[in-house]
Design a protein. Structure first.
Length: 116
């Protein structure tokens, strides 16, 4: 499978995240205080996992690339939310995104036999 084809699921998931970020806060359930941080971590863990499929598995370069791309996408997501009425831009959300990406990439990297 070509690298471009391996990237399609990550690109589609990034689009899902973008669409969710465009929703007003009232459209998103808040089950408990700071539930949005958990949602960010879960959404970005999926993105991180998909990015590891698109990049060389088990390599430090692949893991680093997935972390960098996932985290930078989290930053762009927060910038996007700045322009959505009722949404806010928070560093804590980027941190939650990073945590989700790190967990998924770390798990996938170890599973693929990568070195720490």
């Amino acid at each position: 499978m070509t690298a471009a084809r391996r990237a399609i699921p990550a690109l589609v998931w990034a689009g899902v995240i973008w669409q969710l970020s465009a929703l007003p806060p009232s459209a998103l359930p808040q089950l408990f205080p700071q539930a949005d941080k958990l949602a960010h971590a879960v959404l970005y863990a999926v993105l991180g996992g998909l990015l590891t499929l698109a990049l060389p598995a088990g390599t430090l370069a692949g893991a680093t690339g997935a972390i960098a791309i996932g985290t930078l996408y989290g930053v762009t997501d927060e910038i996007h939310q700045f322009f959505v009425p009722g949404r806010s831009t928070e560093i804590a959300d980027v941190l939650a995104d990073w945590c989700g990406v790190m967990l998924a990439v770390g798990w996938q990297h170890r599973r693929a036999g990568g070195q720490p």
